[in-house]
Write a protein that binds this ligand. Structure first.
Ligand SMILES: C[S@@+](CC[C@H](N)C(=O)[O-])C[C@H]1O[C@@H](n2cnc3c(N)ncnc32)[C@H](O)[C@@H]1O
Length: 273
């Protein structure tokens, strides 16, 4: 089961993040991948970020893949398992496990450090890992994957970019294939995060004020993403419109709390085309 990201902290120094932040799409992830890739990808259940054992870390990916494939089989028993895409694969925590179920498993990520680590951790080359700095998925042909999976990724991407990626995730899906992605439904911040004073303040003021402040900060922060650990989201109605606009058909929308914030609803979107 995926651990909630509540209390997640930055392992790259502020200098590392700031130095690289404005150059490329989400360069902070690259800095984090170099500083502490496992900790940046997943917060431990005990809240510790730095002390993952490799086996223990990948066991969480096996559990996530198992759960995903069970849900996939229940929802679309006849879907082809020829080729799966793991969008925002990180170090391949789940991609490696998905390779056991699919003919071909491909992971794509924006951070070179994550992709390098994913490849190094896959000496038998059971998966392929693709580095993609583009704000779309034109590195893949339309209909290239029979199954597309993405978790703990879109929630860290600014809404304007999510609006570009969701149609792309539908586009790379083969007709009759299944896409599943997870996303909180409102732009928000984890009330458990930040300095103690800010945490108290976030609990006291109406949630709409917190969200409004987040939106304003987003607007003011310029064209690139703010930081990888910042939480974003998109209202479910907007996500459904994006899916429909891209020619996708919703199979199911399920409540999901992997973003780890009780005050913001989250969903798994299951889509076909
Ligand atoms: C919290 S990690 C989750 C990794 C993986 N999905 C997992 O569950 O183990 C988020 C990942 O999303 C990647 N990411 C962020 N923005 C991205 C983008 N625009 N395109 C592809 N990957 C992105 C980051 O580099 C990072 O590896």
């Amino acid at each position: 089961m995926i651990q909630a990201r509540r209390g997640a902290r930055c392992y790259a120094t502020p200098q590392q993040v700031m130095k690289t932040r404005w150059r490329r799409l989400s360069p902070a992830w690259d800095a984090l991948g170099r500083a502490n890739a496992f900790g940046a990808v997943l917060t431990r259940a005990d809240g510790e970020l730095g002390s993952w054992q490799c086996d223990e870390f990948f066991a969480t990916g096996v559990a996530d893949a198992e759960r995903f494939v069970a849900d996939l089989t229940a929802l679309a028993p006849t879907v082809s398992r020829a080729r799966v895409l793991d969008f925002g694969c990180g170090v391949g925590r789940v991609t490696h496990a998905l390779a056991a179920y699919f003919g071909e498993a491909v992971g794509v990520d924006v951070a070179a450090s994550m992709i390098e680590r994913a490849r190094a951790l896959d000496p038998e080359r059971r998966c392929s890992f693709v580095l993609n700095h583009a704000r779309d998925l034109t590195c893949f042909e339309s209909g290239a994957f029979t199954v597309v999976y993405s978790r703990l990724v879109l929630q860290h991407i600014r809404p304007a970019l999510v609006r570009r990626y969701v149609p792309e995730l539908v586009r790379v899906l083969a007709p009759g294939g299944v896409l599943m992605f997870q996303l909180p439904d409102a732009i928000g911040v984890d009330p458990e995060r930040g300095a103690p004073f800010l945490r108290r303040l976030k609990r006291l003021v109406p949630w709409s004020v917190v969200v409004g402040w987040r939106l304003l900060k987003c607007r003011l922060s310029g064209p690139t993403e703010v930081s990888q650990m910042t939480m974003f989201g998109l209202p479910a109605a907007d996500v459904l419109a994006l899916i429909a606009g891209a020619g996708g058909r919703v199979l199911d929308v399920r409540a999901d709390d992997s973003h780890g914030c009780d005050r913001v609803r989250g969903f798994e979107y299951w889509v076909t085309r």
